[in-house]
Ligand binder design. Structure first.
Ligand SMILES: [Zn+2]
Length: 195
């Protein structure tokens, strides 16, 4: 079994490549075989190296804990949960209408805390939209029509960006500047009220 030092994997430097040579070549092969190109690794080789890299796993664990702590800091975030999965290729997603579960895409977000925080600032708006519909009994088509009127179309998404901007987001996808009426709608969403 190959022992991988912490320093090699935290830095992802040339040191990590030399460590992996031991894995590929095996004990006693040093100096005998040509150096394998790490870009040519098979997925199973990469997987086996990944499995041997506890510091990298620890970094992911820390990042995800930071993301969850940030969610709890958002209005209503303490009653929402993160599920790490694939929201149909998006960075994040919430089923609407649906629960308070926010799906985050680890393939695109893991390790990028600032971007993750901006995604959470957007997705928490969808959680509030779900809560508003559940609490008022307002069906999605009527709720959506209300937001579309205020935001001139794409109301569910643009209002979520308005909420994200109110919460300090720098990266939004659908709309980045808002009228006073749109910002008032965003504040209503955060208060679980129909704008
Ligand atoms: Zn959205």
């Amino acid at each position: 079994m190959v022992q991988v030092s912490s320093r090699s994997w935290v830095s992802r430097s040339a040191t990590a490549v030399s460590v992996s040579l031991v894995l590929v070549g095996g004990a006693g092969a040093a100096g005998a075989a040509p150096l394998p190109d790490p870009r040519a690794w098979t997925s199973s080789q990469v997987a086996s190296v990944t499995a041997l890299a506890p510091p990298a796993q620890a970094a992911v664990t820390l990042y995800r804990a930071q993301a969850e702590a940030f969610l709890r800091s958002l209005p209503g975030g303490d009653a929402a949960t993160i599920r790490w999965g694939d929201p149909h290729g998006h960075l994040g997603g919430v089923w609407i209408p649906g629960s308070s579960t926010i799906i985050l895409n680890p393939a695109q977000l893991d390790g990028n805390l600032p971007l993750t925080q901006d995604v959470l600032r957007h997705e928490i708006a969808h959680v509030h939209q779900n809560r508003t519909m559940a609490a008022t009994g307002m069906p999605l088509p009527a709720y959506e029509a209300r937001l579309d009127t205020i935001f001139d179309g794409q109301g569910v998404e643009r209002s979520a960006d308005a909420v994200a901007v109110l919460l300090g987001a720098r990266t939004v996808r659908y709309q980045s500047t808002f009228t006073p009426a749109q910002l008032a709608a965003a504040r209503a969403i955060l208060a679980d009220r129909v704008p």
